[in-house]
Design a protein around this ligand. Structure first.
Ligand code: AHR
Length: 533
């Protein structure tokens, strides 16, 4: 059977699994896995989220209010809660982003009618509208309620840029102290939440080299020490220090060197943040309308993340050989220039296409392959902003193609990473500056309770691949199933009017003794799952 006839046989299969022996299969790509020798656990927190008061993210995206005609749970958009729960969203970062360093948590507690309207960092860049000011209707109680509804860990970015250590510590006590200990805990109970919030993840500022205070690394290190030295640890904290702007041309390695140099002799943070945007704002690239070179440009810029992770990890290792500090990629995504917003006030909302879904698959494979280094990652942002899983406006709501990639990759959460040998050659692809080289096949794998998950992405716009996944160490696969996300149009997207244009479909996988065989369509992401005996 040649590749073409295999594809035909696959397409006619009613379900996503083909069993037993069959005619010889000519593989374009043969990748190897040793399920019996897994590596580090893939932190479930890698599949994390982020929401900020920016454009239509909080107001309208997440918070519609109790009296809204939009279905809601205590004011929170129900579709958002349901879908975040469905994909097992492990955490949610809030209130920013840049907004965090101007946010004062007391403004968001108490009777909602008495809460002040305050300045919104993003206001200067948006027309007056739903988000002209921060109404503070969505404060810490509403945020933790959302996290509890979803089953996500709260990850709070504290205000270093315009706040004080005292304001930070009071917020921690308000959240985490048991009732009857300190007055702040009783105040929390009086405001409706007797049970401590148990917030473990705290970001100490955000982008402190920019909107969070425009500091130099040694200045920030001094602030970091002040802010954490008397941290009230009711709950074992995971403290995240501001890290580099990873998408800078030089990867911003000097920030990492400067911070850890200035932290010598101090207690290293649990996490060190990296922001990595696939930043197309300085280019003419459009979110929804593009040709082949622009498809590849996004993917080429996206896979630079691999080197950025390696470089910063290595740099940190010079100061902390034991690597007590893990990486937290707490903002990542494809950021296009403005032009595809769902409405003017919804600044930074973007059309999300199959290209962004393929970028997501390749990004997650990078995270998975670096499992031992990365404690957490947070997409920027979950709804109505940049690399969103959802777009919402009033009663309208849609899952973008990126949502489906999160859904497909959830099998990797908390599983043990299985190293992949992937000798498939790089592709020579057209990009903005001419021909460039892109990984021709992206892959990662994991195992949990003898259940193997393999994710593969074919970035090519031209060629499908026949792939053999060879299992080493005498492992045999049974019960394989496949799921594919693709579309014949690389620009395909989901809209309010046509919400299911891009969605996963069952995909045939052949089990042959110690191997799995499948056809991987062009411009596609695939999940293969099977049991291992
Ligand atoms: O995600 C949008 C913004 O991008 C965040 O507020 C900021 O941290 C980053 O620059």
């Amino acid at each position: 059977m040649n590749r073409r006839t295999f594809l035909k046989a696959g397409a006619s299969a009613a379900i996503g699994a083909l069993a037993g022996s069959g005619p010889a299969f000519a593989a374009d790509a043969e990748i190897g896995l040793s399920p019996g020798e897994p590596g580090a656990v893939i932190s479930p927190q890698i599949y994390g989220h982020f929401i900020e008061h920016l454009g239509g993210v909080i107001y309208d995206g997440v918070w519609v209010g109790q009296n809204s005609s939009v279905p809601n749970v205590d004011g929170i958009r129900k579709r958002f809660v349901d879908d975040m729960k469905r994909i097992g969203a492990p955490n949610l970062r809030w209130p920013g982003g840049c907004f965090a360093d101007g946010y004062h948590w007391r403004d968001g507690i108490g009777k909602s009618s008495g809460r002040p309207r305050t300045y919104n960092f993003w206001q200067g860049r948006m027309p007056a509208g739903i988000d002209a000011t921060e109404t503070n209707q969505f404060g810490i109680h509403e945020f933790v309620h959302l996290c509890r509804l979803v089953g996500a860990q709260p990850y709070i970015a504290a205000n270093v840029g315009s706040g004080t250590p005292r304001e930070f510590h009071d917020w921690v006590s308000y959240c985490n102290a048991p009732v009857g200990t300190v007055s702040l805990a009783d105040e929390r109970a009086a405001n409706g939440d007797k049970q401590p919030f148990g917030v473990r993840y705290w970001g100490v500022g955000n982008e402190s080299w920019g909107c969070g205070g425009a500091m130099r690394p040694e200045e920030y290190a001094a602030q970091y020490r002040r802010f954490v030295t008397q941290f009230p640890a009711y709950t074992e904290p995971f403290l995240v220090a501001t890290g580099p702007r990873g998408h800078s041309a030089d990867g911003d390695i000097a920030w990492t060197t400067g911070f850890f140099e200035a932290m010598r002799g101090g207690i290293p943070p649990n996490g060190f943040s990296i922001h990595f945007y696939t930043d197309l704002r300085p280019t003419p690239l459009k979110a929804g309308d593009f040709k082949a070179p622009e498809w590849y440009e996004v993917l080429l810029r996206g896979v630079r993340l691999d080197k950025v992770i390696e470089d910063h990890w290595k740099e940190i290792g010079k100061f902390d050989a034991a690597h007590r500090t893990k990486l937290v990629v707490d903002e990542w995504g494809v950021w296009y220039a403005s032009g595809s917003e769902i409405a003017p006030a919804y600044i930074l909302s973007e059309t999300i296409t199959l290209r962004d879904a393929v970028h997501t698959g390749m990004t997650f494979d990078i995270f998975n392959r670096h499992a031992g280094k990365i404690a957490m990652a947070n997409v920027a942002q979950s709804i109505n902003c940049i690399h969103s899983l959802f777009l919402a406006q009033g009663a309208k709501f849609v899952r973008t193609p990126v949502y489906h990639v999160f859904d497909m990759y959830r099998s990797h959460m908390a599983a043990r990473q299985v190293p992949v040998s992937n000798p498939f050659p790089e592709l020579s692809v057209p990009a903005l500056a001419g021909q460039a080289r892109l990984p021709g096949l992206s892959a990662s794998a994991s195992i949990r309770n003898r259940r193997l998950a393999v994710t593969l992405t074919n970035p090519s716009l031209d060629a499908a691949l026949s792939v053999r996944i060879r299992l080493a160490g005498g492992a045999h696969a049974t019960e394989a199933r496949g799921l594919v996300l693709t579309h014949q149009d690389m620009r395909a997207t989901n809209t309010f009017a046509n919400p299911d244009e891009v969605k996963p479909a069952a995909h045939p996988v052949r089990v042959v003794a110690d191997a799995l065989e499948l056809s991987l369509p062009k411009q596609a992401i695939i999940l293969v799952e099977c049991d291992i005996t």
